[in-house]
Design a protein around this ligand. Sequence first.
Ligand code: SF4
Length: 245
Amino acid sequence: MGAEATLLRSAVVPGSLDSITAETLVRRAVQEFGAGLTFACSFGAEDMVIMDMLLAADRNASVFVLDTGRLHQETHDLIAKAASRWDRQFTFFVPEAGALEALLAAQGTNGFYDSVEARKACCRVRKVEPLARALAGKTAWLTGLRRGQSVTRTELAVAEVDAAHGGIVKLNPLAEWSEVRVWDYIRERGLPYSTLHDRGFPSVGCAPCTRAVRRIEELRSGRWWWEEPEHKECGLHGRAPNYTI
Ligand code: SF4
């Protein structure tokens, strides 16, 4: 790991990367982490921005999708569209078959509506465990998370150490971006985006757990709408208790 790598790793302290532009951060991440870098793409609007920046820096960069088995058809359509636009395929991680069969045996096909615990059990099998596999052996990952998305993300850092995944670096280049800025970027560059956004879905997730919202509502209020706002994370982006690097 060279001097540049040392620079970025030592910069992972709260606020130290706040003045860097998203494009520069993505480019530096590509230079520093190389094949150790990966991008978790859910194909929401923010992720199309990150995709554009990342593939401009390295058209062969690692990009993966957590295919939970419950994604909208519109998301699959967008994945195909993106593959065509950038002339490449993405890596899919799916739930482990035995764990999924056990989950369905225990709670049925829509058991996630029954309680927060049942919902988290489903997210664990369909998202959290596949994410752990996707990040195994990596040294850094990119997300399209923004502070403005929900009450659970107001303190989101641009860069942090992800203790939940072995202390690798987690980069959120759009942390401080507004929703308007995201859409300006998408329109200016003619990027593909999910048609669900045109139908009132500001946040895209699994089909049975996501619905359209009125514009005055919080952006992620259409995700797990039957739960209280502070519960609305799937476990992919939990904060670690200690940030050390
Ligand atoms: S969002 Fe819903 S369907 Fe998707 S993994 Fe979580 S509980 Fe299961």
